[in-house]
Design a protein around this ligand. Sequence first.
Ligand SMILES: NC(=O)c1ccc[n+]([C@@H]2O[C@H](COP(=O)([O-])OP(=O)(O)OC[C@H]3O[C@@H](n4cnc5c(N)ncnc54)[C@H](O)[C@@H]3O)[C@@H](O)[C@H]2O)c1
Ligand SMILES: [Zn+2]
Ligand SMILES: [Zn+2]
Length: 368
Amino acid sequence: MKIRAAVLERFGAPLEVQELDLAEPSAGEVLVRLVACGVCHTDLYTASGADPSGYAPTVLGHEGAGVVERVGDGVTSLAEGDHVVTLFSPQCRECVHCLSPRTNLCLAIREQQGQGHLPDGTTRLSRDGEPVRHFMGTSTFAEYTVMPEIALAKVNPEAPLEGACLFACGLSTGLGAAMKTAAVEPGSTCIVFGAGMVGLGAVAGCRLQGAARIICVDLSEDRLELAKGQGATETMLGGPDAVERILELTGGFGADYTFEATGNVAVMRQAVESARMGWGLCTVAGVAGKGETLEIVPRFLITGRRVAGSSFGGIKGREEVPQLVDRWLAGEIDVEPFLSHRLTLDQVNEGFELMEAQDGIRSVISFD
Ligand SMILES: NC(=O)c1ccc[n+]([C@@H]2O[C@H](COP(=O)([O-])OP(=O)(O)OC[C@H]3O[C@@H](n4cnc5c(N)ncnc54)[C@H](O)[C@@H]3O)[C@@H](O)[C@H]2O)c1
Ligand SMILES: [Zn+2]
Ligand SMILES: [Zn+2]
């Protein structure tokens, strides 16, 4: 079938919306009609050429939500009409990682996905007979996409898809960092560095876990206001002396749990140093620049602080994204303040510009 999609032709150039061919889903695959898709930093990171593993031409986009149109042979968990959220982090339910409760890093299709292929090593996207690669296994800046069954989370059809798409990446990452990776205990003191989509999700996750104090740190007063709306009990402007100010606020000890959601390695260090001696846990969610390293004075670790990394918040997507969406529908998570701009597919490059200007939290492309 012919579809319209936003194609990355060359790194550093604007995306080009054009007509492509999309083949029918093969065995184990699903054809999804996209309804909404968020525009995320990772799309821009790849479009800019900064991502060393990036490739072109490809169809970007990974924060998708839509409706199942057709399923390939052997697909049993999804049927036509199901509402789905796309997962760049799949869940095969069979590999050694999926079988362990300790990680969400499914091993089933990592290699093929990294190369821009579907699990059988080929693409469904093409142009004049030439294959066009898939991005993050999702390629959701498009009217339709073909994805593996194991990379789609079936969600409650009552959930508006323009909000549901945020659970495909940043929001689940932040929520999960607090609820899964750190598993914040009720009554704790938490610090969240960064109040973008991920940091605000972490603030909400700490609240849902019953944290007593949630201190959010950012450079933007506007974003700190949004953090209050998600449950931050205190806010603070970031800066080189942030650790000292946090220690003052926490009786000299620091917090039970700290979260880093900026991607800045200097802030990661602050997050480690503002975790409490004895048991403070620092969870790093930000993606650092290529070649950057995190400096930690070993004494911080000897005296009982721990550091954990979190990919997609440790969320096992097919099982747990639907649960998070249900908590949104139950009124426990407030998604509306994150939906800053609504765009058409043709305006996708404006979504990048808004993001670079830090205008709003998320721009969402609507395909209706
Ligand atoms: N681990 C994952 O699976 C995963 C998933 C999605 C995004 N990410 C990463 O998480 C990070 C955050 O993503 P986002 O979409 O929320 O980004 P964002 O740019 O919207 O938010 C980052 C925030 O950090 C703030 N900040 C910058 N410097 C600061 C400082 N010195 N002190 C305090 N705050 C500071 C900025 O003002 C901004 O509000 C990025 O690095 C992104 O790549 C990781
Ligand atoms: Zn993303
Ligand atoms: Zn797996």
